[in-house]
Design a protein around this ligand. Sequence first.
Ligand code: THU
Length: 139
Amino acid sequence: MDYAKNLINKALAARKLAYTPYSNFKVGAALLTSDDNIFEGFNIECASYPVCNCAERTALFRAVFEGFKKFKAIAVVGGKSEELGCLNSYCPPCGMCRQALREFCVPEEFEIILAKSSEDFKIYTLEELLPQSFGPHYL
Ligand code: THU
């Protein structure tokens, strides 16, 4: 909870760098590892639209590549590029990102922080956003 504002500010900064020539919808994410490292990500779009990568998975895959595989929380911010200073709505992670995050967390404990600003945010657990999920323990 104390880390929420810091994560949100990092997600907001990452969002400014998003590569979104096709949708102009810019998303930033900041992922907190279990030992308090932070990895930021933004969405990256491609002319072949389905190849786009969401901000959350950019952050996650950067972290996993660096050897981190346990996470406590992620902050996500997103909106049309015109919404620079002030976001009008929360940006919940897509289903694919929820499932990717689920691989590396305890669903009842992992916090998803949806923010419009560092003053305006709400927190869900992954279990709330992806109930009864399929995970590594099935295999
Ligand atoms: N997007 C994300 O980065 N995260 C989400 O969870 C939802 C969608 C991106 C993908 C695409 O670049 C743009 O937002 C519009 O869908």
